[in-house]
Design a protein around this ligand. Structure first.
Ligand code: KGT
Length: 286
């Protein structure tokens, strides 16, 4: 058993403000006995426009936000998984990444968001993330941590189950979706997608989310949660928060083994009677 925490906050365009909020979350996670804290997408800042997003970006070694989290991780002996922006290949765009900061304060792993949120929904959100964000191209193999093997995906990646299935095939115990979901899409899809990813991969799903009003244009859905490999929501937060909040859960490796043994989902054969062809699951080719 290893305890983990999800943290929920409202990031603004001020990195100093956001760092202060995250320091509070770190203190709470540490006091709750968590070994790792999972923070939302774009915890370092949420800007009012794509141009501002690009203007605010700093490399990790110059970012007071990342340097501050590294110092806290070392001091509290707590691992931190956190969504940030990093400079892109050119100056037009940034990377939307998630970092694993280990309990010595070192950046041990990073994943760059593959699926960018380009939507134009009538009476709903109109966002074109690819204007200011460079697309990632690699699924990062799950890495060992004190709480289990962690496979990272970010926010809109949640809607592309192939990533989660690939991470599961590569050995993940935990799949993460640090997010900043919009309110209308969150209300319609957030919980059902997270639970589906947990059920089909038989992994824990940890989804730390931005909540509330960031600026005059953006509001996030909140409802951070942890789902167990049977699909039960074992920790959750609400839609608003006066101050940054955490929720905790135990990662139970016996439960992971039990669920996977009782209902094996790997290497199944599919017989399509009308074609008389036998396909192995697409998952075996990942
Ligand atoms: O802009 C930043 O700095 C941080 N990034 C985000 O907030 C991203 C891109 S706009 N949000 C999402 O992907 C929401 C997905 C979503 O809401 C859905 O899939 O329904």
């Amino acid at each position: 058993m290893a305890r983990v925490a999800v943290g929920q906050l409202t990031s603004t365009a001020s990195m100093a403000h956001n760092l202060a909020q995250c320091r509070l979350l770190i203190k709470k996670a540490s006091q709750a006995g968590a070994k790792a804290l999972f923070l939302p997408e774009a915890s370092d800042y949420i800007a009012g426009s794509g141009e501002e997003t690009v203007r605010l970006v700093k490399p990790v070694h110059e970012s007071e936000f990342v340097l501050g989290l590294r110092e806290e991780a070392r001091r509290e002996k707590l691992s931190i998984h956190v969504g940030v922006h990093e400079p892109g290949f050119d100056t037009q765009r940034v990377k939307n990444t998630v970092l694993w900061i280990d309990d010595r304060g070192e950046i041990a792993h990073r994943y760059q968001k593959i699926h960018l949120f380009d939507v134009d929904i009538k009476n709903g959100p109109v966002l074109k993330e690819s204007n200011s964000v460079e697309r990632g191209a690699e699924i990062v193999p799950p890495f060992d941590t004190p709480v289990g093997k962690v496979g990272s995906a970010i926010c809109f990646d949640l809607r592309f189950p192939e990533i989660s299935l690939a991470l599961k095939r590569l050995g993940a115990d935990i799949i993460t979706f640090p997010s900043a979901f919009t309110v209308p899409t969150g209300r319609a899809h957030w919980e059902v997608l997270l639970r589906a990813r947990a059920i089909e991969t038989q992994c824990y799903v940890i989804a730390a989310a931005q909540v509330g009003r960031h600026n005059d244009k953006r509001v996030s859905y909140g409802h951070s949660m942890i789902v167990d490999p049977w699909g039960a929501v074992v920790a959750s937060l609400g839609a608003t928060s006066e101050e940054p909040e955490i929720a905790t859960a135990e990662i139970d490796h016996d439960l992971l083994r039990k669920v996977r043994m009782e209902m094996p989902l790997r290497r199944r054969m599919y017989v399509l009677p009308h074609t008389r062809l036998i396909y192995t699951s697409v998952l075996t080719s990942v």
